[in-house]
Design a protein around this ligand. Structure first.
Ligand code: NAD
Length: 259
């Protein structure tokens, strides 16, 4: 039970990677707050966890809204005690090059991916400081490290999350709060499914995603959740300010001329 005694809050946990992380955290002993816009799906994840003997609570909230964020954190504290693991996972990904991205989509992307993360940290950190420990993990993306076409606004927020985790690590290291980021390559999860479905040749694009990773396939949700579990647990007690690339070798790949 690697997270025994921990209380974790996972944003964007109603489906996809966030759901996978919440299930993993609960499986190894954490009590988990499931935060998402999708109220019914939050409850479904809670039911899944409780039916296997775990503990979780549904905390439907829009992380762009300060009052809703604060209310979710207060309910979590009242129900399970001090939140010692914050997994900032919720995100949106508007498609398009910058001149094709509307100001509304750009602002929305910043508001969820970056401001939502900031609001969550702001709500959780004071109690972590009193408690003297905590692990905060920002879900970035390999697009925050590498240039990939058609998702520049999203990529900018992901690069910022890596910088945010690094900067925060220096602010809180002496307070027992560690902050790290995780940068997945392409993962077999709804964000990928939505992107592929919107392309003119979905099957070709899906194959290209597999082929572009040196490992020869896209990643699985559990492979991201396992790294988040390590960062959430005390096993990573000397790890702070780091970015973990979970990308099947994508960011290590060079290119060479073809015949
Ligand atoms: N799927 C991939 O290939 C991939 C690759 C790299 C990084 N990531 C990152 O992993 C995370 C999860 O991705 P996913 O594929 O599971 O996506 P997803 O779209 O399934 O999950 C995102 C969740 O966030 C929630 N959400 C959106 N806006 C919100 C808001 N304002 N308030 C509260 N919740 C909100 C959504 O309802 C959804 O349940 C994201 O941060 C994404 O950027 C995904």
């Amino acid at each position: 039970m690697r997270l025994d005694g921990k209380v974790a809050l996972v944003t964007g946990a109603a489906r996809g990677i966030g759901r996978g992380i919440a299930l993993k955290f609960a499986e190894v002993g954490a009590k988990v707050g499931i935060v998402d816009l999708r109220e019914a799906d939050c409850q479904a994840v809670v039911d899944e966890i409780t039916s296997s003997g775990g503990q979780a609570i549904a905390l439907a909230a829009d992380i762009r809204d300060e009052a809703q964020v604060q209310a979710a954190v207060t309910t979590l504290h009242e129900t399970f005690g001090v939140c010692t693991v914050l997994m900032n996972n919720a995100a949106v990904m508007p498609a398009g090059r910058i001149h094709e991205t509307s100001p509304e989509d750009f602002d929305h992307c910043l508001a969820v991916n970056l401001r939502g993360t900031y609001l969550m940290c702001r709500a959780v950190i004071p109690t972590m400081l009193e408690h003297g420990s905590g692990s905060i993990i920002h879900m970035a993306s390999i697009t925050g490290v590498l240039g990939l076409p058609g998702i520049a606004a999203y990529s900018a927020t992901k690069g910022a999350l890596i910088a945010l985790a690094r900067a925060m690590s220096t602010d809180y290291a002496r307070d027992g709060i560690r902050t790290n980021s995780v940068a997945p390559g392409t993962i077999d999860a709804p964000m990928l499914h939505d992107f592929v479905a919107a392309q003119s040749k979905p099957e070709d694009i899906r194959q290209q995603f597999d082929d572009m990773h040196p490992i020869g396939r896209v990643g699985r949700i559990e492979e991201v959740a396992n790294v988040c579990l390590f960062l959430a647990s005390d096993e990573s007690s000397f790890v702070t300010g780091s970015n973990y690339e979970v990308d099947g070798g994508l960011s290590s790949k060079g290119t060479q001329p073809q015949d």
